[in-house]
Design a binder for this molecule. Structure first.
Ligand code: NAD
Length: 252
């Protein structure tokens, strides 16, 4: 008898926690999971007045363990648990390293790295005993390479990638998978602010990208849905690039 094909979308009703979901890549992820019948909970530093009424929305920081735990606790109380956690919130911090104050450095680490740890830990406290769950983190093309004026950003994203690998090793035996999604430059407020400040050059980025364009937020979101699906059941500890080939290209 032939094997039943594995579904490449998350099961309907799946309970998904997304940080930084008010806009950009996180919002596209929330919309993509919701379009596939998932239930959505979001923690974002910004308000989200346009969110559908059925979503759980908390305003707060991923760097605050009480705020992170508060969302997961409400998911548990309302929906009986959590199936997917996506640690997506992140700050860009492109500035000359000699001008980074210790407080500014710590702020980037708190949000981009500690925020991922706290999100993963709160989710896994439920997932490990349940022996089921998927944890995803949004890394970056700077997770495994450097770049001028990207000291804090690259340090945190490299940290997130290795945190993903470490957690995948620790929780894999409990059937909790941990993976990363590594978008190239996507057309979001974060990227637009960097372009407006003259900190990145879109012509150079597009020139290095074999597909000759910026990414779309929906493209990272679709990969998140796939990684949360039964078809990805044996993918663990991976960092999947969604960058149009940027990372494959050593040329200009
Ligand atoms: N846009 C890109 O080109 C790109 C490329 C690679 C990786 N990324 C990563 O993708 C993720 C999302 O980026 P984006 O482009 O959608 O950014 P964005 O700035 O459009 O959205 C980020 C969201 O995170 C929220 N946020 C910021 N600090 C927070 C905190 N302390 N607690 C909770 N929420 C907080 C913001 O309010 C915002 O809603 C980030 O981790 C970023 O590093 C983005």
């Amino acid at each position: 008898m032939p094997d039943t094909p594995l579904a490449s979308v998350p099961p309907p009703g799946c309970r998904v926690f997304i940080t930084g979901g008010a806009q950009g890549i996180g919002r596209a992820m929330a919309d993509a999971f919701a379009a596939r019948g998932a239930r959505i909970a979001i923690l974002d530093a910004a308000a989200m007045p346009d969110a559908p009424a059925a979503w759980i929305i908390h305003q707060g920081s991923v760097a605050d363990p009480v705020a992170v735990e508060g969302v997961v606790a409400e998911m548990e109380q309302k929906w009986g648990g959590i199936d997917v956690a996506i640690a997506n919130a992140g700050l860009s911090a492109n500035r000359p390293t000699l001008g980074i104050t210790p407080d500014a450095w710590r702020q980037v680490l708190d949000v981009n790295l500690t925020g991922v740890f706290l999100t993963a830990q709160a989710a896994a406290r439920r997932m490990v005993p349940a022996r089921a769950g998927v944890i995803l983190a949004t890394t970056s093309i700077y997770a495994d390479r450097g770049g001028a004026e990207r000291a804090a950003y690259a340090a945190t994203k490299g940290g997130v990638a290795n945190l993903v690998r470490a957690l995948a090793c620790e929780w894999g035996a409990s059937n909790v998978r941990v993976n990363g999604i590594s978008p190239g430059y996507a057309d979001t407020a974060l990227t637009r602010a960097l372009i407006a400040d003259g900190r990145i050059d879109p012509v150079a980025i597009i020139g290095r990208t074999p597909m000759r364009r910026l990414g779309r937020t929906q493209e990272a979101a679709a990969v998140a849905c796939f990684l949360a699906s039964p078809a990805a059941a044996f993918i663990n500890g991976a960092i999947l690039p969604v960058d149009g080939g940027w990372g494959a290209n050593t040329g200009p």
